[in-house]
Design a protein. Structure first.
Length: 116
């Protein structure tokens, strides 16, 4: 009985360690869309604070479509770029080290959004 319980606990511990995600730091001096940083984890509060510091709605469209720059220590600068109508395009599925940019938004396709 004790062996069964110990085995079950060992299996549970192994599964937990595999499913626990750790936040990924943004790269040095690279710009990322808010959506990319939120998906990577650990940046939601920082982005909201930056937006509030600049008089923007912390839950508005800039939360995901703003472009934020990383410092050398992996923290965000207290500034952002508004991509405007182009919105922010994330490269997180292709080359995360190159960062994101303001050239339209992709919606699960290899083609940019050209509806405008």
């Amino acid at each position: 009985m004790v062996k069964t319980i110990m085995s079950a606990l060992a299996i549970l511990a192994a599964i937990t360690s595999l499913t626990t995600a750790t936040p990924v730091k943004c790269n040095n001096a690279t710009e990322y869309c808010g959506a990319t940083l939120i998906d990577r984890g650990g940046y939601l509060v920082d982005i909201r604070t930056i937006l509030e510091n600049h008089g923007e709605d912390p839950d508005g469209p800039l939360l995901k479509d703003g472009l934020f720059r990383c410092n050398e220590d992996g923290k965000l600068e207290n500034s952002f770029r508004n991509c405007g109508e182009n919105k922010c395009r994330g490269n997180e599925h292709h080359y995360p080290e190159t960062g994101d940019d303001c050239h339209g938004q992709w919606h699960g396709s290899i083609l940019p959004d050209i509806d405008k």
